[in-house]
Design a protein around this ligand. Structure first.
Ligand code: AHR
Length: 307
């Protein structure tokens, strides 16, 4: 254990080695797999011992994992909260045990921000806005109504809440654009296919799909093709993430626009953990830098895409 400078958080053997407990959301998407790999590699490179758990998208599993890290007296806990609400109790337990907590990727809605040191991740509202703004620009040339099916990430999660809100805000600029159906597809490819199949049957007038991540979009592409329609042409598709499979579909013309969400948070997380444990002041919010991709930009970026 490393001990927390100035905070009396010294836990047992002070061998100078930092132990981090990381409670991951799951393995629901290509994004998540890349994020896990990046965190594991960054911990190794930083000489931090990582205890890792996968919650299979269930909050109760994450809470269990965090409690077990507290019991094991790790030096620091990091986690990506599967949903926004319901964390106060377990965060208080960590605070009482003098174990600092860093949020990665997703936010919590706790009013008491002293329950965590910092939050590193994307601006999901901005991502939703970028998706909506692309559609508003694209719809200028559309002769008739623009009917959108939205595939949402898991209910109650920060990216689902915020990407929905940002998109809704942006499309207000054009009354021609309407969301005709919107449903949770859990950020997975299998659910994306299943939910798109049902929604497209119920709403054959849909001509745009907005999926909160690439994986749901890729699943939906299968459903659209099975219905005899051309993804990217009959139905325009906008997704978020920009993982390799998504970028390939974009370059192939099956997706029209992707808003990037970077899973590469590992190095920054390890740096922040060291600073916190050294008793240094860290910013409460660390934002990830991100871009967007058109089909042409995807073709150019694909050869160097790491994940
Ligand atoms: O929290 C980030 C989101 O979670 C990613 O956009 C999605 O692919 C993942 O499952």
């Amino acid at each position: 254990a490393a001990g927390l400078a100035g905070c009396g958080g010294d836990s047992g053997n002070d061998d100078g080695k930092i132990t981090m407990g990381f409670a991951q959301v799951g393995a629901e998407s290509g994004w998540r797999t890349a994020n896990t790999k990046d965190i594991q590699e960054a911990a190794k490179a930083a000489g931090i011992e990582l205890k890792f758990s996968d919650a299979q998208q269930k909050q109760e599993n994450q809470i269990k994992a965090i409690r077990s890290y507290i019991a094991q007296k790790v030096d620091i806990i990091a986690f990506s909260p599967v949903v926004e609400s319901g964390w106060d109790q377990v965060l208080k337990e960590a605070k009482d045990a003098e174990i600092p907590v860093i949020l990665t990727d997703r936010a919590v809605d706790s009013q008491d921000t002293s329950l965590y040191e910092t939050f590193i991740g994307s601006d999901f509202v901005l991502e939703g806005k970028k998706a909506g703004e692309w559609l508003v620009a694209d719809a200028k040339a559309a002769p008739g109504p623009v009917n959108v099916i939205q595939l949402e990430g898991n209910t109650g999660s920060a990216p689902a809440n915020d990407r929905k809100a940002g998109f809704a805000e942006a499309i207000k600029a054009d009354p021609k654009i309407k969301i005709v159906a919107s449903q949770d597809a859990e950020f997975t490819r299998a659910k994306g296919k299943e939910v798109m199949e049902a929604l497209f049957k119920a709403h054959p007038e849909a001509n745009v799909l907005y999926a909160h991540n690439d994986d749901m979009g890729l699943g939906a592409i299968e459903a659209i093709e099975a219905a005899g329609k051309k993804p990217g042409v009959d139905i325009k598709i906008i997704t978020v993430d920009a993982v390799k499979d998504g970028m390939t579909a974009l370059a192939d013309g099956k997706i029209n626009f992707i808003v990037e969400c970077s899973p590469l948070l590992g190095n920054q997380l390890m740096d922040l953990a060291k600073q916190v444990l050294d008793g240094k002041e860290v910013p409460k919010r660390v934002l990830t830098e991100e871009t967007t991709f058109t089909q042409e930009q995807a073709k150019a970026a694909l050869p160097d895409r790491k994940y």
